[in-house]
Ligand binder design. Structure first.
Ligand code: OXD
Ligand code: MN
Length: 587
């Protein structure tokens, strides 16, 4: 398949370690993928769904102990602990290699090793990077074929040893010996004892965020946990926004937003470039350009409905793999909480039990059940999705779930202040997760679980990127909060499609067409700047949405200080300065 000796030597080593009975190269052809689908159905690994209603769609069930990313089993094994920083789990590389080699040894006896050459980003784009994943799971092969560009065309492009080495062995999914490990200095990822997407589709979080953030720091670009959307105005001009939100804040919904009726009628449209990851580089014209390195959506199913995200739901109607959702036995279609109010009576719930979905009192779908859908299925996929040069970013948006602290929207005064706004991002826990509700969890740039090196150096990298761009070319930076509540605990903002009203103010600010007023935390929309046509929202409510409570903010500053203290002297002086400015402004 290839003459590249770096690839071949590594393969020989991994084969000797894992000892598979067979080795199969994934060439990217539909015939090969179809044969693998048939094989996985024959072995029971996948279940074929109703091919009239859901053509090309399959179902897979993971072990009950293996349904989510495992942050406590995820390691960044840089040569020193300091390089990984206080947020990441770390172990000395030698020690970790020894531990892992023992686990992989003979792990594929009686099994087949699939070799998946894949490109993150359009094949051959100057933004793109190549990986090779070795896995003993057909489920992984079929998911990777949706989420990335796979096959011979990628293999041909590998230059010397410039590829990320990814090894996955399913073993017996023992949670006590589950490891998701990154060796950034060796461009290597090793995952063992899991078969759940986020832990085993190694192109996604492991490569496109953890390893890529490390490569970006070395090479002068950025890998971020951001959606990318294009907003088209009635004149047909499209401006692009990249936005980072922690989980459970509606990233996929915003990426695929449907404008409110009155804006649709005027001719506004939203185009999706990406829903989870952005790779950003400074272009020849000095502006920041972004690609989505992925080729599909690995979305959370529960809560996705025609009403909440029509475009995401449409994306799942063909050639999609569903994981851990419920099955309607009557017609072999899928169901999850929030799809509609009509759970199937004759139902296989996610663990495989036969139940009456109307009377069963447990969730029918796992709360983290997923769909793996090709991006090209999305009705609002951007015409720039495959553009190898990426799209120019006008605005970067950070956001979180804050009941009282952050206003609906505010603008950072400049790039460095924007980096500080991203670095102080936080979200309050919801009742959906175990533990106390309303606890503030700091999640800088929504990258807490995904930075492949010391978070303090990551802040420094953001600041350096700003130095490389002229202020008039750099994206403007904003913070939004769709989750502000009144004193009775009710949401003040309708959210979903109406978030478009906020995006319009953001783009007007970027174009110099909207007013703003100074506040201690940054620039707020001036009176009347947020269009509330057709909304039943009073002037009082809007005022509350945009208010800054100094006492609440002072409390947050204390929390920020505590958070930053863990980075010691490594925290950039600029971040400290910004924190002091905020504190002084609030006094
Ligand atoms: C996540 C995801 O966990 O995208 O952020 O799956
Ligand atoms: Mn994500």
């Amino acid at each position: 398949m290839t003459e590249n000796k770096f690839v071949l030597n590594w393969l020989e080593e991994m084969k000797a370690l894992c000892q598979p009975d067979n080795v199969v190269w994934i060439d990217g052809s539909e015939e090969q993928l179809e044969a693998l689908r048939a094989e996985s159905v024959a072995t029971g690994e996948m279940i074929k769904l109703n091919q009239e209603k859901l053509p090309g769609c399959y179902f897979h069930r993971t072990a009950v102990n293996d349904v989510a990313r495992v942050e406590d089993r995820t390691f960044i094994c840089t040569p020193t602990k300091e390089e990984a920083g206080p947020i990441n789990n770390w172990m000395a590389p030698d020690e970790m290699y020894a531990k892992l080699n023992a686990l992989y040894s003979g792990s594929m006896k009686g099994r087949t090793m699939y070799i998946i050459p894949y490109s993150m980003g359009p094949v051959g784009s100057p933004f793109s990077k190549i990986g090779i994943e070795l896995t003993d799971s057909i489920y992984v092969v079929l998911n990777m074929a949706i989420m990335t560009r796979v096959g011979n065309k990628v293999l041909e492009l590998i230059d010397g040893d410039d590829f990320t080495k990814c090894l996955h062995a399913k073993k017996d999914v023992n949670p006590d010996e589950r490891y998701i490990v990154h060796f950034p200095q060796d461009n290597t990822i090793m995952s063992v004892n899991s078969a759940y997407g986020g832990n085993v589709l190694l192109g996604k979080k492991c490569f496109a965020l953890r390893i890529a953030s490390y490569l970006g720091k070395q090479e002068g670009w950025m890998a971020e946990h951001m959606l990318i959307l294009g907003l088209e105005n009635p004149q047909g001009e499209v401006k692009y926004i990249a936005a980072a939100f922690p989980s459970a804040c509606g990233k996929t919904n915003l990426a695929m937003l449907i404008p409110p009726e009155y804006l649709k009628e005027k001719g506004y449209k939203v185009w999706t470039v990406g829903d989870d990851i952005a790779w950003l580089r400074i272009g020849a014209d000095g502006r920041l350009y972004a690609i989505n390195p992925e080729a599909g959506f690995f979305g959370v199913a529960p809560g996705t409905s025609e009403k909440t995200n029509f475009n995401a739901l449409e994306s799942t109607k063909k050639n999609t793999i569903f994981t851990n959702v419920a099955i309607n036995n009557d017609d072999m279609t899928v169901w999850w909480e929030g799809l509609d109010k009509n759970p199937p009576e004759n139902c296989t719930e996610w663990t495989g039990k036969q139940v009456n979905g109307k009377t069963y009192d447990q969730p029918l779908a796992n709360p983290n059940s997923r769909f793996t859908a090709p991006a090209i299925n999305c009705p609002c996929i951007s015409s720039e999705f495959e553009n190898p040069q990426g799209v120019p970013i006008s605005a970067i948006v950070f956001g979180g779930r804050r009941a009282k602290t952050a206003p609906l929207v505010y603008q950072a005064r400049d790039w460095n202040h924007g980096v500080f706004v991203g670095a102080t991002m936080a979200s309050e826990t919801t009742a959906a997760a175990a533990g106390a509700v309303g606890v503030v969890r700091r999640d800088p740039m929504a990258m807490k679980p995904f930075v492949g090196y010391n978070m303090a150096d990551y802040f420094g990298h953001w600041l350096e990127m700003g130095e490389k761009m002229d202020a008039d070319k750099a994206p403007k930076i904003f913070h939004v909060n769709w989750f502000r509540k009144d004193d009775d605990g009710k949401f003040l903002w309708p959210g979903f499609g109406d978030n478009m009203r906020v995006l319009l103010w953001i783009l007007d600010r970027c174009a110099g067409n909207a007013g703003a007023v100074e506040s201690p935390i940054g620039l707020l929309p001036e009176d009347g700047a947020i269009d509330t046509t057709d909304l039943s929202i009073s002037a009082e409510q809007l005022k509350e949405l945009l208010s800054v409570d100094k006492d609440v903010w002072m409390e947050d500053v204390e929390n920020q200080k505590e958070y930053f203290a863990q980075f010691g002297d490594r925290l950039p002086a600029e971040i400290k300065k910004q924190l002091e400015t905020l504190e002084n402004n609030l006094k």
